[in-house]
Write a protein of this length. Structure first.
Length: 555
């Protein structure tokens, strides 16, 4: 029985620690063929097991280098160097072989599974084949985002010689990798995920159409990205609607003492995740709880905190509250001063999941920190790979870049449904974008949907300042106006991604994607260099060079 399709644990120094080929878990071609239904469970679970090794780093590489967090004095040397973009020394988060271990497992499976095997007229391994293709594409996207250019290896490396040849070959950049896997995945976009009786594994699998949207977004294929996101979210059999109750609010238009803290990393909104072990004895456990939170294991010494940049972004939002008077609906803007807690100003999502407090009664000689921190987003048992609000926001990004800023604003401000689309999108844009924003009206009803901004900033639909921007004076053509709006709406979307996805590992790559798109390194360099509140000229200068955005591959 195959335990792992092609797994690896020990690095090859002669192959620059990029590809590994030897492991006690590998069962080679001469020993195994994938031609039994039981093989599929163990092979796919072997791939998921390898994904556990990269789970923490995909979060940390996207978050520690961003403008939303700061590392503390208690942080490990590796985290501190990562935050400083210092790769002059070895770093446990720069282990490219861990990605290729996943990829090599996938390559082995895809090369050796018996795709022709049928039972009762159905191909036995069709679902697993599609799922493994998606695992491989997702891993390559995470890999190339981290390293910039990587060897694109799609055949299993079974010997050191094969690994050495792959390492010495040409390297592919982000667009090349994305375009390759768009073509590779498209034929499998509608294949159902595997169904293993007795095993709850549905959310282990990466949603293929959402990933295709991501690949198209990075490749600059915006119409296609919008199509894939729309198709995935509006799936007739499994539509994805945002949880309306998952929002933090002020409950009274006159009293702003303590908000309701209902916003969380809702399990109902988790589309897929990497399952982690809960005991070291069982395998790989996530270290994220010990990095973000105070635990007995870290003696309450957390290693990361929200940055000044994140707090300022959150506080800069306008919280608009609509309420019913005796005669009409009125609107009030919640004040930006006079709050009992600095985090109560502006958007409320940060204060809903983050708290820090000091114990004044603790023994000053205690080995435990007197200051403790809790970030409710962080869970040890799973590392989330896809969450529905973030897919909606990428959908908005794709719509906007495809030339439909009003349609993108539906997602941010109003909520996506046919009634809102016809009300808030003008006739000309609606005629062009309706193929993407026409959703099942029996499910996506006006009373069931909200704009994502409402999850922390109140009744955004009533906020006249939060809308598609218009030029101060009319421009010559409609297309000139749209060209003016697109970068400004994009800024709003990227800010919303930060307010929604902080601590989850997206931010650095969101900034990178837009900076690459605009060919404007300052789009990334400026906010990251200001994460402490004041600009760091040395860090800004470093980040104005695009090559410094990426981890170095071993030579």
């Amino acid at each position: 029985m195959l335990v792992v399709g092609c797994g690896t644990t020990a690095a090859l120094t002669s192959c620059s620690d990029i590809l590994e080929t030897e492991s006690e878990l590998v069962e080679y071609e001469k020993d195994n063929t994938l031609n039994q239904p039981t093989d599929s469970v163990y092979s796919v679970m072997g791939i998921v097991n390898k994904m556990q090794y990269i789970a923490d780093r995909i979060v940390l590489l996207g978050e520690v280098r961003s403008d939303l967090v700061n590392v503390t004095e208690a942080a490990s040397a590796d985290l501190k160097r990562l935050a400083a973009f210092d790769f002059s020394q070895s770093n446990k988060y720069n282990e490219v072989s861990a990605y290729y271990a996943v990829i090599n497992n996938c390559n082995y499976y895809l090369a050796h599974v018996d795709t022709a095997l049928q039972r009762r007229g159905k191909k036995v391994f069709a679902n697993e084949y599609a799922a493994v293709k998606t695992f491989r594409a997702w891993t390559y996207l995470e890999l190339v985002k981290a390293y910039g250019e990587v060897p694109l290896v799609t055949t299993p490396m079974m010997t050191e010689r094969e690994a050495a040849a792959a390492v010495a070959g040409p390297r592919s950049d982000i667009k090349t990798v994305c375009n390759f896997f768009i073509n590779d995945l498209t034929p499998y976009a509608y294949v159902d995920i595997p169904n293993y009786r007795g095993l709850v594994m549905d959310e282990f699998f990466i949603p293929t159409r959402a990933l295709l949207g991501d690949l198209c977004l990075w490749a600059g294929r915006y119409e296609e990205a919008a199509k894939w996101y729309s198709d995935y979210l509006n799936d007739r059999n499994d539509p994805i609607i945002l949880n309306q109750s998952n929002r933090s609010t002020w409950t009274s238009p006159t009293s702003f003492t303590t908000p309701t803290r209902r916003y969380s990393l809702s399990s109902a909104e988790t589309l897929s995740y990497i399952p982690m072990e809960t005991r070291v004895f069982d395998g790989i456990i996530s270290d994220l709880p010990n990095i973000y939170n105070s635990t007995t294991d870290n003696r309450y010494f957390f290693q990361m905190v929200p940055s000044t940049g994140l707090k300022r972004l959150s506080a800069s939002q306008n919280y608009t509250l609509a309420y019913q008077t005796t005669t009409s609906v009125d609107t009030i803007a919640v004040p930006h001063t006079g709050m009992s807690d600095e985090l109560y100003v502006g958007d409320l999502r940060l204060c809903s999941v983050y708290s820090q407090y000091t114990s004044g009664s603790q023994d000053p000689y205690s080995e435990y920190s007197s200051t403790q921190q809790t970030i409710d987003k962080i869970r040890g048992g799973q590392v989330v790979t896809y969450r529905s609000p973030m897919v909606y926001l990428r959908f908005a990004e794709a719509l906007n870049r495809a030339g439909y800023p009003q349609s993108a604003m539906l997602i941010l401000k109003h909520g996506l449904c046919n009634e809102n689309a016809k009300k808030y999108v003008d006739t000309l844009e609606y005629a062009a974008s309706k193929q993407y924003i026409t959703f099942d009206e029996t499910i996506f009803k006006r009373e069931n949907v909200r704009g994502i901004h409402t999850r922390g900033s109140g009744d955004a639909e009533c906020d006249t300042l939060y809308d598609v921007p218009l030029p101060a004076t009319p421009l010559a053509t409609r297309q000139d106006t749209i060209a003016y709006q697109i970068p400004l709406v994009e800024d709003m979307i990227i800010n919303e991604m930060a307010l929604e996805g902080f601590f989850e590992g997206y931010r650095f790559y969101d900034l990178m994607r837009v900076a690459l798109r605009r060919d404007d390194p300052a789009y990334l360099a400026d906010p990251v260099s200001r994460r402490n509140g004041e600009s760091d000229p040395a860090l800004r200068s470093l980040l104005l060079e695009k090559k410094n955005w990426f981890l170095p591959l071993p030579q």
